[in-house]
Design a protein around this ligand. Structure first.
Ligand code: KIV
Ligand code: ZN
Length: 514
């Protein structure tokens, strides 16, 4: 038996993470990610904010249907309507939690809630009591806890415990705390609030000062036994504590931190790539644990040390987090069987029909690119998975570019099964492509971001393009990958358009309603 103490990992990628502008997820995205988080060993999955919209409600419910081990959690403000809606969304899940919150800091009480301290205490008691009618597993959060008067925070936590909350979350909502201060809050509450020994304390840190992971670890040292975090550190503003960094901190520094989580390290990279694909948010190259460069050694001194002994410059092995050495995979002559095996190795299980399609695309890529790497296959299959069900698809693209304008794009789009051909000019080839798409599928959305990344090195590398569009207060991202940057750009734009269509009446403004 392990001598280490378990720390619960509460994933909020689909709730706080989704609150990042442009990171909205569809129901299908959430189901896919929920399955993966569950398989990876996350303990609690906060799948959304059911009262925010019908879309969020349905997505929370659908995630609950696929979870095998993890607890399904829905977020709810303190009002009865929110709590009842949340209870309804999680009702059929095997293990279910209502997470209800209210602000406790003086600035939020006065300017956001317009309530006095006693009214907030009454709301805590009423909300937790109501939530307990629907499930024994109720979590209560003191929003903006770290800017709350300490004696008042003790009273608020005591009210929540008395009303039946089993988990008490102390968020650093604005990412303001230092680790020693945050740790002291937990030590104080655990030592001084009646009933504290019977509940689990939880950390929830935002990264405004880049301290979210450090603060979460400090909270555990101060007695917290649950950490709320998000894959790739996604979340409001500068994001939440990054799940992968927390998990690996406990694994790598076991001698200093006698704690463990249930999360399977080798699945971290795959999960990170899934979140990046779904949200269209690229992972920065130097991102800890899951960045492309996290295990690359450039300087001669480092490379020399690595060759002599890997631990000279590596505190964990790439395979511990699912990063394999970049491997040259296969080429033109590889058969379908070998390709299928490669996909399995990379963690994909796709239907026979999808395999036929992926194999065909792989062969086409081999004709266009000298060396095909694992990353190329991942980009290719991810691209296929994300666009398979799209109602608008790029069927054909032809572009005239170069010094002698006008730059022109000619596009065939399939819109709800109907083939539409349009041509347009633009200020450069990308502008021309986007104008042609607008002609073929008229919309009001505005382009907020356009980014290109190379999937691997070399001039024949595949391009991965991210596009962010916004319309009526909604902001969405789409990605596209192709050996041709212009085709990847068209696919990314169309992917974002599909997302806007798919989200219907959902908004990103969940938190503003809180
Ligand atoms: O940051 C925060 O305070 C939150 C709460 C709703 C838990 O996300
Ligand atoms: Zn938050």
């Amino acid at each position: 038996m392990s001598a280490k103490t378990n720390v619960r990992i509460f994933d909020t990628t689909m709730r706080d993470g989704e609150q990042s502008p442009g990171a909205a997820m569809t129901l299908a995205d959430k189901v896919e990610l929920g399955r993966q988080l569950d398989a990876m060993g996350v303990d609690i999955i906060e799948a959304g904010f059911p009262a925010a919209s019908n879309g969020d409600f349905e997505a929370v419910r659908a995630v609950g249907e696929v979870l095998e081990n993890a607890v399904l959690c829905g977020l709810s403000r303190a009002g009865p309507k929110d709590i009842e809606r949340c209870a309804e969304a999680i009702r059929s899940a095997g293990r279910r939690r209502i997470h209800t919150f209210i602000s406790t800091s003086p600035i939020h009480r006065k300017h956001k809630l317009n309530m006095d301290a006693e009214q907030v205490l009454d709301a805590i008691t009423a909300s937790v009591t109501l939530a307990r009618n629907f499930t024994d597993d109720v979590e209560w959060s003191a929003e903006d806890a770290t800017r709350t008067e300490r004696d008042y925070l003790r009273r608020a936590v005591e009210a929540a415990i008395r009303a039946g909350a089993k988990t008490i979350n102390i968020p650093d909502t604005v990412g303001y705390s230092f680790p020693d201060e945050y740790r002291a809050v937990f030590e104080d509450l655990i030592a001084n609030v009646p009933g504290a020994d019977a509940v689990i304390f939880s950390a929830h840190c935002h990264n405004d000062l880049g301290l979210a992971v450090a603060n979460s670890i400090a909270a555990v040292q101060g007695g917290a036994r649950q950490i709320e975090c998000a894959v790739n550190g996604l979340g409001e503003r500068a994001g939440n504590a990054a799940l992968e960094e927390i998990v690996m901190a406990f694994k790598v520094r076991g001698e200093a931190l006698p704690f463990e989580t249930r999360v399977d390290g080798p699945q971290l990279l795959r999960t990170s790539q899934m979140v990046s694909r779904i949200t269209g948010f690229p992972v920065q190259f130097n991102k800890a644990i899951v960045g492309k460069n996290a295990f690359s050694h450039e300087s001669g001194i480092h490379q020399d040390g690595m060759l002599k002994h890997a631990q000279t410059y590596e505190i964990m092995r790439p395979e511990d987090v699912g990063q394999g050495a970049t491997s040259l995979v296969m080429g033109k002559l590889s058969g379908r069987h070998a390709f299928k095996k490669k996909l399995e190795e990379l963690g994909y299980s796709i239907s026979d029909n999808a395999l036929v399609d992926a194999f065909q695309r792989f062969k086409e890529l081999c004709d266009r690119k000298r060396h095909v790497f694992d990353e190329d296959i991942i980009a290719l299959v991810d691209d296929q998975i994300s666009h398979a069900a799209d109602s608008i698809q790029v069927a054909r693209l032809r572009v005239v570019a170069g010094t002698d304008g006008p730059q022109t794009a000619e596009i065939d789009l399939k819109v709800d099964g109907e083939q539409i051909w349009k041509t347009a000019r633009g200020n450069g080839p990308i502008d021309a492509i986007f104008n042609a798409i607008k002609e073929a599928a008229p919309h009001e959305a505005q382009l907020d971001l356009y980014q290109v990344h190379a999937v691997t090195e070399g001039t024949d590398a595949q391009a991965k393009v991210s596009v962010r569009l916004s319309s009526n207060g909604r902001s969405v991202s789409g990605t596209g990958a192709d050996a041709d940057t212009l085709v990847a750009s068209a696919k990314a734009y169309v992917a974002a358009l599909n997302r806007l269509r798919g989200l219907g009446n959902r908004t990103n403004a969940q938190h503003s309603a809180a």
